[in-house]
Design a protein around this ligand. Structure first.
Ligand SMILES: [Zn+2]
Length: 424
């Protein structure tokens, strides 16, 4: 490598660090290898690729991944239109890469070395994949989970309802059961996003990784908890959700326990605590899933009446859980919520998948056999708070509450966006 190429490599490294605000070994190594490979065109081609990434970083503040590429090709015209109006963002990356390209004209003309060229391309390709969801960027969070600060003491049961919002009727039902309940924000407007984000403690579905060590089951296991997941929902409904349910960390993992007309009441069998150590149990209901007929017949005419009857059934199920919790001799805390709410004919609309308060607001309820109250539960305002709260109950010193309240849409790819409710 000539002295000139060395200077250029150093300049490139400094610019990359300056622009991305981080030292990326693959990005730097690929650049040095490209310069070592020699030839102007190799360098210009390399810069063109990096320019794409630098433009992305300038705008989004992070490196692009595979999903971003896919999104780009789905909406190329909108992307260019939107970006055309915000040219300021791109001055710096364009100026930097332009300068490096011009300087590249001073590189000596000689034959390209195939080996460093292949190595550069390989490093680039691998580093690009690493920034995709499931890759190393997302894993950064997951690979450094908090270490337990206290030994496991209290068993924790997390009950996740289905399509259960929070309104006056539902508030009355909780009151009648003597359960403390209030509305909080769901993490998403559909099951896949909401439950994945809640269980993994992620604030962005694009950061989800199937084997995240920040998953509540992973945290529980790491602190000596017995772990169990039971869902009344059938396998075919869990297609997209399943990778994020923490299966590798759940000692028991049961799906479809509500099938064959057993519905949610079948989940009570999953409450039995194993002997000798505290347990972390997650129960996912089939609950008020459309068409709102997952309860013993007779079924009513029409969705509104069926939803009410389904609620009656859900609250009979909650009664069983309350009675169970009070009977336990060992300390137990039951945390309840739902994945998302449901439109029940408001303005002629049904279902969820909408950024509507009826969908975004869900109950947070709490039952325990402990004498001591838990004043910090008042700070739980959203699913991410609930994740942090559960982590704390299981012995982790998680910073609490979360910095912002954010509700994602329906798609795990994050393509239909999010609503930031508040930043604390
Ligand atoms: Zn759902």
């Amino acid at each position: 490598m000539s002295r000139f190429a060395l200077c250029l490599a150093l300049l490139y490294t400094l610019f990359d660090i300056f622009l991305t605000q981080r030292f990326s070994l693959p990005a730097v190594a690929a650049g040095w290898l490209a310069l070592w490979a020699g030839g102007r065109w190799v360098w210009q081609l390399f810069l063109l690729f990096r320019l794409g990434e630098w433009l992305f970083v300038a705008y989004f503040g992070r490196l692009p991944g595979v999903v971003d590429l896919k999104l780009f090709w789905l909406h190329p015209f909108e992307t260019f239109e939107a970006l055309g109006g915000m040219a300021d963002f791109f001055t710096l990356p364009l100026a930097g890469s332009g300068m490096l390209a011009l300087l590249g004209l001073g590189l000596p003309r000689r034959k390209v070395r195939p080996l460093p060229l292949a190595a550069s391309a390989l490093v680039l390709a691998l580093s690009f994949k690493a920034t995709a969801p499931g890759g190393s960027l997302a894993k950064l969070e997951a690979e450094a989970p908090p270490a337990p600060a206290r030994p496991a003491e209290v068993s924790v049961v997390l009950v996740v309802g289905e399509s259960l919002g929070f309104d006056a009727d539902i508030a009355r039902r909780f009151e009648a059961l003597g359960i403390e309940a209030r509305p909080i924000y769901a993490a998403g407007t559909a099951t896949d996003t909401s439950l994945s984000l809640l269980l993994n403690g992620a604030l962005d579905p694009r950061n989800l990784t199937p084997d995240s060590r920040a998953h509540l089951f992973a945290l529980a296991r790491a602190n000596g908890y017995a772990t169990r997941f039971c869902t009344a929902q059938p396998d075919r409904w869990l297609k997209h959700l399943r990778p994020y349910l923490g299966e590798p960390f759940a000692e028991e993992f049961r799906t479809g326990v509500g099938e064959n007309d057993a519905w949610d009441m079948a989940l009570t069998a999953c409450l039995k605590l194993p002997a000798g150590r505290p347990a972390f149990v997650v129960l996912q209901q089939i609950g008020e899933h459309a068409p709102y007929t997952y309860y013993p017949p007779p079924h009513a005419d029409g969705p509104a009446a069926n939803y009410r009857r389904s609620l009656d059934y859900t609250f009979r199920f909650y009664r069983k859980i309350v009675d169970w919790a009070k009977r336990q001799k060992r300390p137990v805390i039951v945390l309840g919520t739902a994945d998302h709410g449901e439109l029940r004919g408001q303005g002629g609309r049904w279902g969820h998948n909408a950024f509507d308060p009826a969908v975004m607001r869900v109950p947070f309820w709490f039952v325990s056999n402990l004498q001591k109250g838990r004043p910090e539960m008042k700070k739980v305002l959203c699913h991410h708070d609930l994740y942090l709260f559960a982590a704390r109950l299981m012995g982790y010193a998680a910073a609490f509450p979360s910095e912002k309240i954010i509700v994602w849409g329906t798609m795990l790819s994050g393509e239909d966006g999010a609503r930031v409710i508040s930043v604390r």
